[in-house]
Design a binder for this molecule. Structure first.
Ligand SMILES: O=C(O)Cc1cc(O)ccc1O
Ligand SMILES: [Fe+2]
Length: 486
């Protein structure tokens, strides 16, 4: 009998990287050993490993699944005739450009398409064959994956829904993931995407190496940003369905294969381990930010990171969000600064308006991409407003970046190459560069230094002009420009 898939609130187990365990039938987990001669309830034992066997203990990932029939029972795999220009896991060829790129929202096609067939690769680096690099996809689907499941042998998926709630049926159990939440499906885990309320659209970061981890917090201390207990893992859930034709899809080096089998692959009655899919509600993220002045680097908002193999080397990828929060920095240009970064930045918008773009061109379901050293930053309207250049009500007091905004970034060390399909896609916004063309010179050599900067510096400048060096606290100090020179 199938254990009922509750349509109401699902149960979860909380934590990050722990050893979890769950059984849908009492006593289904073997006691004290992984593979007894016979398992409780006549189940088959199967290991799923997510790291090489000898990976250091801190990084080692594997789970044990106790299932009605093992995964190996299926007809041979055959290549799926997939529109192969839309899905790739090899970026050794691919286009780079120093131009800023932006895509308007990717439409959900009118014809029936499920989550797998709705995947569309925009860019990536490295290749799955050598387990190096990553891919960035978007998905747009209007059909549930009925009687089919996917295992991705190429890497871990981080799924960022933008529109439409998803139920992820996995071998480990069920996850309900709505826009504003994310899910991670580790390499090899079989899953099916069921649409909860109509068409679905979102973003996917696929990493060919390593696994998502929580960033170290350094001087922040033991708490803050994404807290481990807010990551939710499924409880065991199974369906004992035989006699149907089930399609098991397998993605290997970006190619899709399919095998038929006569039973549901969601037949795991119990499991234990630390290699498990999970979800996280981005509203649980506890942001840290400037409480005096200046704009911190966006790494302050890292939710998850994929550390590199080499200690001290930059991460393969970071998942960063720009959550609702109070902006309180004084005498500060509050939006993102203008910049050219060593890293490359793919951005998406889940809802609302992004703080650096007011031109209406960066919309929920769309995307932008700025490769290594490509200049970018706030558009003209954002600059004029935040710098007080236009009479648009620049706020100097606390201002709330409303609850109706949620943008994110996949920040990567390796330089992403863009797929031909993404570059020729009708969603490409060929006018993106125009959002900065209006930035005019405000240079006035007669206006004097430090027009709007740190008040202590202004005071020091004024004191210098009048021949005194009184500091802000009223004490006199020797020398000149001491606050400037530090
Ligand atoms: O480009 C962007 O909008 C992302 C970003 C945000 C920020 O607050 C600082 C730097 C940065 O790259
Ligand atoms: Fe940026």
């Amino acid at each position: 009998m199938a254990a009922a898939a509750a349509s109401t609130q699902l149960k979860y187990q909380s934590g990050f990287g722990n050893e979890f365990s769950s059984e849908a039938l009492p006593g289904a987990l073997p006691e004290g050993q992984n593979n007894p001669k016979t398992c409780p309830y006549g189940l088959y034992a199967e290991q799923l490993s997510g790291t090489h066997f000898t990976a250091p203990r801190v990084a080692n990932r594997r789970s044990w699944l106790y299932r009605i029939r093992p995964s190996v029972t299926h007809e041979p795999f055959h290549p799926v005739n997939f529109p192969n220009e839309s899905l790739t896991a090899d970026f050794t060829a691919g286009t780079v450009t120093p131009n800023q790129l932006r895509w308007r929202p990717f439409p959900v096609p009118p014809e029936p398409v499920d989550w797998v067939r709705g995947l569309f690769t925009l860019c990536g680096a490295g290749r799955a064959s050598t387990k190096e690099g990553f891919a960035v996809h978007v998905y747009a689907a209007n059909q549930s994956m009925d009687n089919s499941a996917l295992a991705n042998a190429d890497g871990d998926f981080l799924i960022v829904p933008q529109q439409g709630a998803l139920r992820l049926k996995t071998e480990f159990g069920l996850l309900d993931v709505a826009p504003g939440e994310i899910a991670v499906i580790p390499r090899g885990v079989r899953f099916a995407v069921v649409l909860h309320n109509g068409a679905a659209r979102g973003y996917v970061l696929e990493v060919f190496q390593g696994h998502f981890a929580l960033p170290d917090l350094g001087p922040i201390g033991a708490n803050g940003l994404a807290n481990p207990r807010d990551f939710l893992h499924p409880v065991a859930w199974y369906e004992d369905i035989e006699g149907l034709s089930y399609s098991v899809l397998h993605k290997l080096e970006g190619h899709l294969f399919v095998a038929a089998q006569s039973f549901s692959p969601f037949n795991v009655v119990a499991w234990h381990g630390n290699y498990v899919p999970y979800k996280y509600d981005l509203a649980r993220f506890c942001p840290m930010n400037a409480v005096a002045f200046d704009h911190p680097d966006p790494s302050i908002f890292t939710v998850l990171t994929v550390p590199s193999y080499t200690q001290g080397a930059p991460p393969t990828a970071d998942f960063v969000i720009f959550p609702p929060r109070w902006l309180v920095a004084e005498h500060t240009f509050r939006p993102p600064y203008y910049h050219r970064n060593c890293a490359s930045e793919f951005m998406g918008l889940i809802k609302g308006q992004y703080e650096a773009k007011q031109d209406g061109g960066f919309l929920p379901g769309g995307a932008s991409l700025h490769l290594c050293m490509t200049p970018h930053g706030p558009d003209t309207a954002t600059f004029e407003r935040a710098a007080g250049m236009a009479d648009l009500g620049a706020a100097e007091g606390p201002a709330h970046l409303g609850h109706e905004t949620l943008a994110f970034m996949f920040e990567t060390t390796a330089i992403p190459r863009i797929t031909p399909a993404a570059l020729s896609c009708p969603c490409v916004d060929r006018d993106y560069y125009k959002c900065w063309v209006g930035l005019k010179s405000h240079f006035d050599p007669t206006s004097g230094p430090n027009m709007t900067s740190h008040p202590k510096i202004q005071e020091a400048g004024a004191a210098k002009a009048t021949g005194s060096t009184a500091a802000a606290d009223g004490t006199a100090s020797a020398g000149n420009g001491s606050l400037l020179s530090g």
